[in-house]
Design a protein around this ligand. Sequence first.
Ligand SMILES: C[S@@+](CC[C@H](N)C(=O)[O-])C[C@H]1O[C@@H](n2cnc3c(N)ncnc32)[C@H](O)[C@@H]1O
Length: 363
Amino acid sequence: MGETRRETVPALEKEEDSEEAHAQLDIWKYIFGFVELAVVKCAIELGIAEAIENNGGPMTLSEISSTLGCDPSLLNRIMRFLTHRNIFKAIPTSTNTSHGYSYAQTPLSHRLMRNDKHSMAALILLESSPVMLAPWHSLSACVSANSDFPFENTHAQDLWQYTAANPDHSNLFNDAMACHANLTVPAIIEDYSEAFDGINSLVDVGGGNGTAMSIVVKACSWIRAINFDLQHVIDKAPEIERVEHVAGDMFVQVPKADAAFIMAVLHDWRDEECIQILKKCREAIPKDNGRVIIAEVVIDEEGNHEKLKDIRLMLDMVMMAHTNFGKERTLKEWDHVIKMAGFRTYTVKSIKNTVNFAIMAFP
Ligand SMILES: C[S@@+](CC[C@H](N)C(=O)[O-])C[C@H]1O[C@@H](n2cnc3c(N)ncnc32)[C@H](O)[C@@H]1O
């Protein structure tokens, strides 16, 4: 019998092989990265989650397709894709004559409903709209030439001019921001209620349609709130008890209050503009015991929570595509703008289950 010889594979070669194998699979994520967004948008537009919810329980494919007026074989493939990603749950059902599935809601599918308290539908519809997708095609031109801004290059106006001139897009944008507020503000109140202690009046700078302040005044009955935004946004804002809507320009003046709240606004602007906005917030609050509550992402260079870090880095890319100079900031970058705006001191607190932090700045 001949001797069997076993070659020893050097560790480095093994590692390279495994990296190669991972790359071969991982690259598909990037080739078809858009598919998840497109199919989820399709599910929202069809109203699949609403149909199951209105039914009061799981539905078979033929029940969903007849309710929605869809082609059953195409819908079957959509449902197979969505259940594979745990967006809906497929429950095996069998009768004497057939085998199949019933489809049930999951926490993720609830987020695809337009009127659910956890709805993210408007945010998905905004990000998947042709208006917001088109600028991504100009990202490399912007980075290499460092001149053209993707959104402005595509639409000949910046995001704020575009929303002012296009009421439908403005409505979609404000509804999407309301989803963001519904997600983030209760989390801040839950995790950091002290932020609102001792405040009788609060102004939300760039508050959109007032969703954030409607949540705050409900949770903190002692607070009277001002929702401050551009005229065309305020014109469409619904009436909210104990919330006064005020139109204006945050670069000129912010309405006076005991404290200012500013969420997902500063990341739209470059440092010089941020400093200007923060100075206007500082002027709006009392010198001795006022505070500005900044709800924003902090990019953690070290990154100890990979999933959240990934979302924060994606948001930074979104800022690049949709604003002229906007960016998500590291703690060092926040330190710079807050100090340059004349604040004496500040605290930073991460908010559980959200990508946001609450930075409290004191004049
Ligand atoms: C990204 S949205 C954030 C909305 C809201 N704070 C939230 O987090 O859901 C930015 C907001 O800033 C408002 N904004 C932009 N420029 C402004 C200005 N010069 N003065 C006041 N608000 C402005 C926009 O209309 C928009 O509502």
